[in-house]
Design a protein around this ligand. Structure first.
Ligand code: FES
Length: 613
């Protein structure tokens, strides 16, 4: 075996020359090809499937035989993370790799606030210097600004161009100040837009919202997948990657930064503006994403006592972080609350004005981690639970994100089950809202019992033959066909017994946490004015299904409100208003974080809520 081998990835034709013995997953990274995966290369999620169409690779590993089965392996399907290159090879990527993200934030879901951004634009005619007025250029400029921020200064770069800019058009200028620093003075005719971006760094998805800071208008949303998903679906896998590779943190940071910069460029181009017109960015993300973005050591988030490097808001210049916008612009990262309750939760609280409400309200952010905030009317309690990424499609046999072809609704239609898919495409998998519905419907039909066992279709006397015929397999291998071959381009989509177990674990963690928070402040579920569901599928969740499966405290259905990507909305609000930024700081300072997950009480509750109602 020669030392180096070449692998070609079709259909793009990307190539990598790597040491023999490198696995296909790593080779793909070197070729700049993204392959999905949610187990950090452990060979357990089955998401990194590729087709080896030629060349020399290792024999199938045990995990591959178990996950894929002999017929698929014979046709060349392999798990990229388990397949080593022994010679040159050609690999074809299935079209499902690199799926596009559907979720974007509708601008109208952001509440309206008086415009008071940290970036100010002044269009002024500055008094010309005279022999009897020998104030410096900067002094004349500063004194022409009414309501100027205290201690106004200017960057050196700005001072270097100031004299010329002032005199180019008879002292008519457009001035841009970020906070108390003037960063740009241009002749009025060269006036350009004054923009900002709100960035939501999700564990799975990224979203960039471009906003006009002079009008508050939301101009463009650009969204994409977080490329770090190739290192694992959840934050723990990312931290493990950072810990176990000498340059792990740098790789993770570079990956996400590159993707965010690409989205900023895309949004700016679509708006017909320039990167230099973007003067401020606000950032939300869970504590792990926040740490990686800033290049802070994430290791201790995952080790007892789970301490972040900082929970304070961080403000720094764009060029220091490598964010592609005006290099003198400012980047404001919202504060975090605890190791697993991050700036994204602060964003949710800001967007929903949780602590400005008169009545007790619960906010649940369902993502790869479950983050919960309870406002009692006087106290703000937060906690997190390792809900697992099941509701985002990971660890679910046919799980996928909310993208075209994902089953997002399951319902009974006549004497059969029916599904709806995103964009009415042939079914490719099932996303979070579809999982909620499928579980609720199968519970209702008696196909799942209260302990979470899938029962034999024949033993449910009340089932139609059509529904009973959808059940196949025995015991732990039992499954229900949700979309048959005709509805799914010949790849039937099933919900398996193992999937139900994952769903049970996730819902039980969230329910046990919410019930325990309520007890701490002496409230009952019925005292809750509203239960707000944030997260990628917050707007798509069917409240009846969430209640039926026991995910949420028992409140009347009408009190459950989907608030969509509220973390992103929080980032937008703090971009357009300094007062909302102060509110974010105040939220983080006053939150009482409760560590429930490892208490014995929690374990008892967790076991209790494994049972379906
Ligand atoms: S099985 Fe390969 S990344 Fe999970």
């Amino acid at each position: 075996m020669s030392d180096y081998v070449t692998v070609t990835f079709e259909p793009a034709g990307a190539k990598a020359k790597v040491p023999a013995g490198t696995n296909l997953y790593e080779a793909a990274q070197q070729a700049g090809v993204k392959i999905s995966g949610s187990c950090g290369g452990q060979g357990t999620c089955g998401k990194c499937q590729v087709h080896v169409t030629g060349g020399m690779v290792s024999e199938p590993a045990l995990q591959e035989v178990e996950l894929l089965g002999a017929p698929l392996i014979e046709r060349g399907t392999r798990l990229a993370c388990q397949t080593q290159l022994l010679g040159n090879a050609v690999v074809r990527l299935p079209s499902a790799q690199g799926a596009v993200v559907r979720k974007a934030l509708p601008a109208e879901s952001v509440r309206s606030v008086p415009l008071a951004p940290n970036v100010r634009r002044y269009d002024l005619k500055i008094p010309a210097a005279r022999l009897d007025d020998q104030r410096s250029d900067f002094q004349r400029l500063a004194e022409a600004i009414t309501e100027q921020p205290a201690n106004l200064t200017a960057t050196v770069q700005c001072l270097r161009s100031l004299a010329t800019a002032l005199r180019a058009e008879d002292q008519d200028v457009a001035i841009t100040a970020v906070g108390s620093q003037v960063v740009d003075v241009r002749p009025a005719l060269e006036r350009a837009p004054c923009l900002g971006v709100a960035v939501d760094i999700g564990t799975s998805t990224l979203a960039v919202y471009l906003v006009d800071l002079e009008t508050g208008e939301h101009l463009v949303t650009a969204a994409g997948q977080n490329p770090q998903t190739q290192f694992g679906a959840d934050v723990i896998s990312r931290i493990q990657y950072a810990n176990s590779h000498p340059d792990g943190l740098t790789v993770l940071r570079d990956d996400v930064l590159t993707a965010i910069n690409q989205l900023i460029r895309q949004a700016v181009e679509e708006a017909g503006a320039a990167l230099a017109d973007v003067y401020e960015a606000t950032i939300v993300g869970n504590t792990c994403m926040h740490h990686i973005f800033l290049g802070l050591e994430p290791r201790y988030l995952a080790e007892s006592p789970y301490v972040p490097v900082t929970t304070e808001a961080v403000s720094t210049s764009a060029d220091r972080l490598g964010l592609q916008m005006n290099p003198r612009g400012n980047v404001f990262c919202l504060p975090c609350i605890a190791g697993f309750v991050g700036a994204d939760t602060v964003g949710v609280i800001v967007a929903s004005e949780l602590t400005r409400r008169d009545r007790p309200t619960l906010a649940v952010d369902i993502g790869t981690n479950g983050e919960i905030a309870l406002w009692s009317g006087e106290r703000l309690l937060t906690t997190s639970c390792a809900a697992g990424p099941a509701f985002e499609g990971a660890q679910i046999h046919h799980g996928m994100r909310a993208a075209p072809g994902a089953i997002d609704e399951v319902f009974v239609n006549g004497d059969d089950l029916a599904v709806h898919t995103i964009d009415d495409q042939p079914a490719r998998g099932i996303c979070g809202s579809g999982l909620f519905d499928a579980t609720a419907v199968l519970l209702e039909l008696g196909l799942i019992d209260t302990k979470g066992h899938m029962v034999d279709g024949g033993s449910c006397g009340t089932l139609s033959d059509t529904v009973a015929g959808r059940v196949a397999g025995e015991a732990n291998e039992r499954r229900v066909v949700l979309a048959d071959a005709e509805q799914s381009a010949n790849n039937p989509i099933v919900l398996t017994q193992r999937d139900v177990r994952e769903i049970q674990l996730a819902k039980s963690a969230i329910r046990a946490s919410t019930e325990m928070l309520l007890e701490i402040v002496g409230l009952k579920p019925d005292d809750l004015d509203e239960v707000l569901i944030a997260g990628a599928f917050g707007n798509f969740i069917n409240p009846a299904s969430a209640l039926r499966m026991g995910l949420l405290p028992e409140v009347p259905e009408g009190r459950i409100v989907g608030i969509g990507n509220a973390a992103g909305a929080g980032a937008i609000l703090t971009l357009v208003s300094r007062h909302e930024r102060d509110y974010a700081r105040q939220v983080a300072e006053t939150a009482e974080h409760i560590e429930l997950f490892r208490s014995s009480d929690f374990q008892d509750r967790f076991a209790e809520y494994m049972i379906f109602p």
